[in-house]
Design a protein. Structure first.
Length: 364
């Protein structure tokens, strides 16, 4: 996610929300991702690192920032499309090896947690944001059995290949059963995903075809839903340069079995681009910047600014030339830092559906 100016706001708010419980350090960029931590501080991912499961479903306290991020394209029993999002972030503030250096009189804030939930239906968008401090049981994560929680919002394993996701906010809630399957997509270099030519990056893997069913409630009405989700798992300490602004990300499931994730950091020709193509046979192909073309096709005027709600995305190497379009409506996640999070339809060389996340377009 440049999830970049976003966590600047988060850390500033934590200073107020959690005052007296420890003072978060100053930070720039989304979750401090555009800030270089001290050499003695958090660990940096590198291509030499390896993704190890199931352990990497759990937290990485030696890294500054991580998230568990689900988007889903669902349909009601009547065939109406419904989109939803759930994201939980962990922000490390003090690495474990430095925690013992804090004065005994302080109640140290070593990590903070934030969660986002959203539902998109019939051109309307519901969103909620929650915060918690770490270390007191209010929020956390573990790998085995999988559980990620913040208050009553939680994703947890309930059996083999079976998870439960529950969350609720003002005017919305969902209670879902997820069947994740076992196809893990490692992005970039066997899981190391570069975010700049300088080599900054993250460890990043996805589940691209999670079968989902359950109940979504919006505006007082319950809807039985079924569909497919995409879950990203990512962690880092710094993967953005301080001058990188804006983030555009797409996760698309295409008819015929192909799966495509592409993103760009920055704007225009200088933007850093990358992605992953998953062929119908399950083979995974990392995409370099010169293989990915991402161009806004039209902008939508909204209450928070103009948003490129339609894009042309091309990956000529694999015959992809598609238009990705958000449905009518406004899909701002109006938290501390507004960003656009919407379901999307795909037309052109392939048809399909997925999700788009766009940051850096909201008016100040």
């Amino acid at each position: 996610m440049n999830r970049a100016g976003f966590l600047t706001a988060w850390l500033a708010a934590l200073g107020l929300l959690l005052s007296g419980c420890g003072e978060p350090p100053d930070s720039e960029g989304f979750a401090g991702l555009a800030e270089a931590p001290p050499a003695s501080s958090f660990a940096q991912p590198s291509p030499a690192d390896a993704i190890e499961l199931p352990g990497d479903w759990g937290p990485h306290p030696n890294h500054r920032i991580e998230w568990w991020y689900l988007t889903a394209n669902l349909r009601t029993e009547g065939g109406e499309p419904l989109g939803l999002q759930w994201t939980q972030f962990r922000q490390g503030l003090v690495p474990p090896h430095e925690a013992g250096e804090l004065p005994a009189s302080r109640w140290p804030l070593q990590a903070a947690w934030m969660a986002h939930g959203a539902v998109s239906f019939r051109g309307q968008h519901w969103f909620s944001e929650r915060f918690a401090r770490g270390g007191i049981g209010q929020a956390g994560a573990r790998a085995e059995p999988l559980r990620v929680w913040l208050d009553h919002w939680q994703l947890e394993a309930t059996g083999p290949n079976r998870w439960r996701l529950e969350a609720s906010g003002d005017g919305w809630s969902y209670r879902l059963t997820l069947m994740p399957g076992d196809r893990i997509v490692r992005h970039g270099d066997e899981g190391f995903s570069a975010k700049a030519d300088s080599g900054h990056g993250s460890m990043y893997f996805s589940l691209t075809d999670i079968a989902i069913d359950g109940t979504v409630t919006v505006a007082g009405s319950d809807y039985a839903v079924t569909g497919t989700g995409w879950l990203d798992r990512e962690w880092s300490s710094q993967f953005l340069r301080s001058d990188q602004q804006g983030w555009d990300w797409f996760a698309l499931r295409l008819d015929g079995g192909g799966r495509l994730m592409v993103f760009r950091v920055g704007r225009g020709e200088e933007a850093f681009r990358s992605g992953t193509w998953v062929a119908a046979d399950g083979s995974v192909h990392a995409l370099s910047g010169d293989q990915v073309r991402m161009t806004p096709r039209s902008y939508r005027e909204t209450g928070h600014g103009q948003v490129p709600a339609a894009w042309r995305i091309r990956v000529p190497t694999y015959g992809v030339d598609v238009t990705v379009q958000a449905p009518e409506g406004e899909y701002w996640n109006r938290g501390l830092y507004p960003y656009w999070e919407s379901p999307a339809t795909v037309t052109g060389s392939h048809r399909g559906e997925g999700y788009m996340e766009l940051t850096g377009y909201a008016r100040p």
